[in-house]
Design a binder for this molecule. Structure first.
Ligand code: TRP
Length: 365
């Protein structure tokens, strides 16, 4: 069986370091591991429109932002197919057929959708397109027969629903010769990477809260944001014992720091555990820890920023990359759709046996 990756993001804003540690960094590693036959990275504009119905311009403007973030982070168009969801019309067709395999109550139980309905005040009236986006996400994952889906933890319920759709489809329409492939989610192992908090210590990075560090931020912007990060409100004097729980700077260190960083930027400690021990005992100031974090994040973001500056010089080429990727994805989607229709027996004009049998039936008249 081939090893195929599909994943993607909604183009509703620039990508931040929460996206980076949650999934983007991993995608680049997987891409460069050489273990995958195909890698599809999708800009989910159609999904973004399900909850931005009155703001299509926002979605349109952010396609290039996300694409620039992708290539800057190291997704290489020579190795990964980067494409735009709405350009693959086969996806909507697959979605339509998958809808028959999912119940309303099952959709209502999806915890991510539930949460989003609350966040967007959709309780009183939920747009149908939004409500059913997990089904369209199953189409995204299955059109290319992806078996691996690297995503953030919040996407697990979507993969779960996709698996159910795959099983149901195969057992009804293709019990002998399964057409769709069962996907597996890949989520970050480290707790800190699963849900990187905002710089203000709030649960999640979000544009509306203004607590994000973006991949495209300048070095100065990053430094300012790090130096004003939320730490431990009880840690007033350097000599006071500090607390790690809910301390955003240490959560970020959990996500970013490696032992080699201590050698380079803070040789007082051999590793993060030693630094944490000193902090909790008292005697280690927040400013020193923040400067250390700043060094590490700058080191990680600098090459991304440099690549972005280079790519920004040729925007038409980015659109070309997306066009080529979309053409390639579309070919694969057309193939899967034709297998799906054949399995569902709605491939009338290709079904010579059907036409023959029907004409037999009418011969007697
Ligand atoms: N739901 C994802 C997000 O909000 C985006 C997405 C759409 C996706 N289709 C996908 C992710 C398929 C993984 C696989 O970021």
């Amino acid at each position: 069986m081939s090893n195929i990756i599909l994943t993607g993001d909604r183009p509703t804003g620039r990508l931040h370091i929460g996206h980076y540690v949650g999934s983007l960094r991993r995608r680049v590693e997987l891409q460069n591991s050489g273990e995958y036959d195909k890698i599809y990275i999708m800009i989910a504009d159609a999904q973004a429109l399900t909850d931005n119905v009155d703001n299509p311009e926002k979605v349109r403007q952010n396609i290039i932002e996300v694409a620039l973030d992708y290539v800057s982070a190291g997704l290489d168009p020579a190795k990964s197919t980067l494409f735009i969801q709405s350009q693959i019309s086969e996806l909507t067709e697959l979605t339509f057929y998958y809808m028959n395999l999912v119940t309303v109550s099952r959709l209502q139980r999806n915890p991510t959708v539930k949460n989003e309905i609350q966040l967007r005040n959709f309780e009183a009236s939920i747009p149908v397109g939004f409500f059913t986006y997990p089904i369209s996400q199953a189409a995204d994952i299955t059109f290319c027969k992806a078996n691996v889906v690297p995503v953030g933890e919040d996407q697990l319920p979507m993969i779960e629903q996709t698996k159910e759709i795959v099983h149901k489809f195969n057992s009804i329409y293709a019990p002998e010769n399964p057409v769709l492939v069962d996907p597996k989610a890949l989520i970050p192992e480290a707790e800190a990477c699963k849900r990187l908090p905002g710089t203000d210590g709030k649960a999640k990075m979000s544009k509306s809260l203004g607590n994000c560090i973006y991949l495209a931020d300048s070095a100065d912007e990053v430094r300012t944001k790090i130096m004003s990060m939320y730490t431990d409100p009880l840690h007033l004097q350097v000599s006071d014992p500090g607390h790690l729980e809910g301390n955003t700077v240490f959560t970020y260190l959990d996500a970013f720091a490696r032992d080699e960083h201590f050698e380079r930027y803070c040789s007082d400690y051999a590793n993060l555990d030693e630094m944490k021990a000193h902090y909790t005992k008292g005697g280690l100031g927040d400013v020193k820890v923040k400067k250390f974090l700043n060094n590490i994040i700058q080191e990680e973001l600098e090459p991304i920023r440099e690549r972005r500056a280079a790519y920004e010089k040729d925007i038409p080429e980015i659109y070309n990359i997306l066009k080529r990727g979309s053409d390639a994805a579309r070919e694969v989607a057309a193939q899967t759709l034709s297998e799906v229709k054949q399995a569902m027996k709605i491939d009338y004009f290709e079904d010579i046996e059907l036409i023959r049998a029907q004409s037999e039936r009418y011969k007697g008249f």
